[in-house]
Design a protein around this ligand. Structure first.
Ligand SMILES: NC(=O)c1ccc[n+]([C@@H]2O[C@H](COP(=O)([O-])OP(=O)(O)OC[C@H]3O[C@@H](n4cnc5c(N)ncnc54)[C@H](O)[C@@H]3O)[C@@H](O)[C@H]2O)c1
Ligand SMILES: O=P(O)(O)OC[C@H](O)CO
Length: 339
């Protein structure tokens, strides 16, 4: 049950499409919201014209949303800090933010990926930085949510996961409104892994569609991708039910089928024969699955978890394996029982 609470002081760290869309929800819900941006040309655009032309072109933002390039200003005296930078730069941003975050603030991560260098999720990076007790005020926010649709006010659902129920509830209440509905969950690692692995499977689904393999192949890939996500999750202490929910199957289906997905688009272009270097050169936005494919592949090897779709995605992306050959190899694997 959602109840209206008093306005919070919120910092949103990362003014890409998702950070801007979430900051817009919070400002629209009457929270005092400051958005920190890496791209300094956005400060005037957001403060004066109430638009983010780089990452959410054409969408009017809440006039109450304040934007800054100054991390100290953004973080000073905030009850809630929302991290939304690409995962591969998160460590550097957290390092700069470390001494600036209020000791009692709830920290929320909305980014989806696994750090390549350490093979850690964002909660694990945070625990390394701030200590294990820090996770008592940490929330993972994830689900099937294209930033553009959220910013347009289209109905969307999301999950706020925390070890501490009151933290998850605080975030649930802060975000929820008539078009944005948040659920709580206690499975932080499951919610994080759902968001990270679905990006890799979405690249594979895009490849499949780019090759023109049809609907049967895509549905099979989503289903077997979910089995891989589940296997990795169970090996890392997650709960199977999480992967049947919004942060697992929900986001997997959205990203594997929705044309707004950057990860699916990267895969589609690969399937059509473009080179990864050329695809990435024409993108300003991040497709987290490109690097997370390597992180998840390395994690699966380290933990002895069988993830054949992830392995082939990694080989296509990073070892120049031809996509058609990868599919032939997947189909030729030893026959087995489903599971
Ligand atoms: N866009 C979506 O629909 C969506 C939805 C849910 C989750 N996410 C996740 O949110 C995270 C952020 O993605 P996005 O879509 O908002 O980004 P984006 O692709 O729209 O933009 C990239 C962002 O990265 C920032 N950036 C680049 N280099 C940086 C650096 N060195 N330090 C700090 N910031 C830097 C840019 O300034 C910009 O804000 C990703 O993990 C993504 O998977 C995105
Ligand atoms: O555009 P993508 O592929 O990064 O996906 C965006 C969101 O994660 C969808 O939930």
């Amino acid at each position: 049950m959602t109840t209206k609470n008093s306005p919070l002081r919120v910092a949103v760290i990362g003014g890409g499409s998702w950070g801007t869309a979430l900051a817009n929800v919070l400002a629209g819900n009457s929270h005092d919201t400051v958005l920190w941006v890496h791209d300094t040309e956005l400060v005037d655009e957001i403060n004066q014209r109430h638009m983010n032309p780089l990452f959410l072109p054409g969408i009017p933002l809440c006039p109450a949303l304040v934007c800054t390039e100054n991390l100290t200003h953004a973080l000073s005296g905030r009850d809630l800090v929302l991290m939304v930078t690409p995962v591969q730069v998160m460590r550097g941003v957290l390092d700069r933010a470390r001494g600036l975050i209020d000791p009692d603030a709830v920290i929320v991560n909305a980014s989806k990926g696994i750090e390549l260098e350490s093979l850690k999720t964002v909660s694990q990076i945070c625990a390394e930085f701030f200590g294990e007790r820090f996770l008592e005020r940490y929330v993972a926010l994830s689900g099937p949510t294209f930033a553009r649709e959220v910013a347009q006010g289209l109905p969307s659902l999301i999950v706020a996961a925390s070890r501490v129920e009151s933290c998850a509830r605080k975030v649930q209440t802060a975000f929820s409104n008539p078009t944005f509905r948040a659920y709580t969950n206690s499975d932080v690692i499951g919610v994080e892994l759902g968001g990270a692995v679905k990006n890799v499977i979405a690249i594979a689904a895009g490849i499949c569609d780019g090759l023109g393999f049809g609907h049967n192949a895509r549905a099979a890939l989503i289903t077997r991708g979910l089995a891989e996500m589940n296997r990795l999750g169970l090996a890392m202490g997650a709960q199977a039910a999480t992967f049947a929910g919004l942060a697992g199957m929900g986001d997997l289906v959205l990203t594997c089928t929705g044309d707004l997905s950057r990860n699916r688009t990267v895969g589609f272009k690969l399937g059509q024969g473009m080179r990864l270097k050329d695809i990435l050169a024409e993108m300003r936005m991040v497709a987290e699955g490109v690097k997370t494919a390597e992180s998840v592949f390395q994690l699966s090897r380290k933990l002895g978890v069988e993830m054949p779709i992830v392995e082939k995605a990694y080989q296509i992306l990073h070892e120049d394996k031809p996509a058609k050959q990868a599919v032939t190899e997947l189909m030729a694997r030893a026959l087995k029982a489903e599971g």
